[in-house]
Design a protein around this ligand. Sequence first.
Ligand SMILES: *Cc1c(COP(=O)(O)O)cnc(C)c1O
Length: 218
Amino acid sequence: MIADKVKTILAQIPSRIEVVAATKKRTTKEVLEAVDAGIGLLGENYVQEAEKKITAINRKVSWHLIGHLQKNKVKKAVRIFDMIETLDSCELARLIDIECCKIDKIMPVLIEVNASGEYQKSGIGAADLEVLVADVRGLTNIKLMGLMTMGPLSAGSQQLRECFGGTKELFDKIGSLYGGKLDWRYLSMGMSADYRIAIEQGANIIRLGTVIFGQMRA
Ligand SMILES: *Cc1c(COP(=O)(O)O)cnc(C)c1O
C-alpha cells in the first residue's frame, strides 16, 4: 500500500522536485516501506522521534527537520539532521552555528516564512526576512539555501496560491539581492492537500505525509 502510493507519486512529480516523506507519528515499519519504494528524503518534526527512527532505519537516506526547533534540542538536532528547514530567528541561527562549529559541520538551512500571517504561528514574518538573511549569512557553519513555508490549513485554492506565490516572490527577491553569494536554491512548500498548487507556484521541495502513509491514526 505505502509502496504503491510512493511509486504513483514519484511517477507523477517532475524529477526536479524533491519529495520529503513526513514521518511524524509513523512507525519505523511504515517509514521503511516508503524508503524501500524509492523515498530518499525523510522529514521529521520531533528531534527525539528522528533519533529513534534514524537508528532503527539505518539506510542511506537524508533527514530534514521540518518541525519547530527548540533551543534545548539544537545540540542533538545538528548531529542527526542533514538539513534544518525551520530556522525562524537570529538567536536560533547562532545556537545552530555554535553547535555545528563544535563538530565541524556545515548545516544546510532553510528559513521558515510565515506567509499566511494570522493563520499560523510558526515562521518569520516577511518584513523581518531580509534582516535574518543578512545576519545568518555571516555565520560560518550555516549554509543558507532557501525558504520553507506552510500553507494555511483549510484554505481555498486562491488563498493557497497567494500564500505560495508570495513566498516565491520573497524567494526570488533574496535570490536577486544576494546573487551568486549564496547557494540559494530550495523552496519547500506544499503538503498532501496543497502540493499541486505549491508546485505550480514554484516549489522544488514538497513534504508529504497523508498521501504516502494514509490518514493519521487517532
Ligand atoms: C505533517 C507535516 C507535513 C505533511 O503533512 P500531510 O498533510 O500529512 O502531507 C508537511 N510538513 C510539515 C511541516 C508537517 O508538520
